[in-house]
Design a protein around this ligand. Structure first.
Ligand code: C2E
Ligand code: MG
Ligand code: MG
Ligand code: MG
Length: 284
């Protein structure tokens, strides 16, 4: 698809495009009301330490349950929300909900888990989410160490000083930061080394995509690069035991993917976690 973009084809003149556009306008207005109507929910997916097999944390992934259309993927509605300031509303809801989840798990076996929330670069530009995260941290001291914020790499975003400053502020008040989908966004190496982050997440296309088999040298290079910069690495999209094992051998610290669990609601996640812990104990 990259080639197609480079070719600069006037895709917006294609007939399906206007239909899609009209559709997205309808979705946008419905999304505007989704929060008030309680249609949004966070699902959780474990992140596992590939060496010890212990669960290290979980990623919070947004789901929209539309009364007529059923579940709508964030891959569909996040880009729509990003066209307007709706994304700020959603981002604050996601942060608030993740924080409440951390607090609900306090005093339970899941209290040691960190919750990673996804933030859009669009939100970092306006800065409102930074204020919100500052308030959250003042209200619940220590919460910043239990949270991680994943920011998707996309072309040139980290050279935007507003984005860079936002990351700097969040880092300064103790939030952990990760670059999401690493390897797909052509981020410049000079910026990468200066970002106040702790983690790189290798995009799942390298792990379980169609070319995954030939990607081993590339994956190894990304892991080495991350370690040179003192970042640790999470591999996304682990679907088979063997993929996790290979990544562990390449010194990748953490793994995430359907092999461990799909993203599931919090109550199911608790059940999954307890079962997983049982199995871990039995196996060694
Ligand atoms: P992401 O942050 O890179 O999340 C990982 C995506 O990969 C999730 O898709 C997850 O369900 C999927 N995934 C995990 N393991 C596997 C696997 O083993 N195989 C395959 N094929 N897929 C796997 P999901 O939940 O549909 O989210 C898609 C994207 O939407 C996310 O990518 C993220 O960029 C965005 N997103 C999701 N929730 C939020 C949110 O709360 N805020 C923002 N701004 N973006 C979000
Ligand atoms: Mg993510
Ligand atoms: Mg990702
Ligand atoms: Mg993504």
């Amino acid at each position: 698809h990259a080639k197609r973009e480079q070719a600069g084809e006037p895709v917006w003149f294609e007939s399906w495009m206007s239909e899609e556009y009209r559709e997205s306008v309808v979705l946008e207005s419905e999304l505007r009301e989704a929060i008030a109507r309680n249609e949004l929910q966070l699902f959780y997916q474990p992140q596992v330490n590939l060496q010890t097999k212990e669960v290290d944390g979980c990623e919070a992934l947004l789901r929209w349950f539309h009364p007529e259309r059923g579940m709508i993927s964030p891959a569909v509605f996040i880009p729509i929300a990003e066209r307007s300031m709706l994304i700020e509303e959603i981002g604050m809801w996601v942060v608030q909900e993740s924080v409440q989840q951390v607090r609900r798990w306090e005093g339970t076996p899941l209290a040691s888990l960190r919750v990673s929330a996804n933030l859009s670069v669009k939100e970092l530009v306006s800065g409102r989410i930074v204020e919100f995260l500052t308030e959250v941290r003042n209200r619940y001291p220590g919460i910043e160490q239990r949270m991680e914020l994943e920011i998707t790499e996309s072309f040139g975003v980290f050279s935007d000083t507003r984005v860079f400053d936002a990351l700097q502020t969040l880092h300064g008040i103790g939030y952990r930061l990760a670059i999401d989908d690493f390897g797909t966004g052509y981020s410049s190496l000079s910026y990468l080394s200066r970002l106040p982050i702790q983690r790189l997440k290798i995009d799942r296309s390298f792990i379980s995509g169609p070319d995954a088999c030939s990607n081993a040298p590339l994956i190894e290079t990304i892991i080495r690069l991350a370690h040179t910069l003192k970042y640790d690495v999470v591999a996304e999209g682990i679907e088979q035991a063997e993929q996790g094992e290979n990544l562990r051998k390449l010194d990748c610290e953490y793994g995430q993917g359907f092999y461990y669990s799909r993203p599931i609601p919090a109550d199911e996640f608790e059940i999954w976690y307890n079962r997983y812990q049982e199995k871990l104990k039995q196996s060694g």
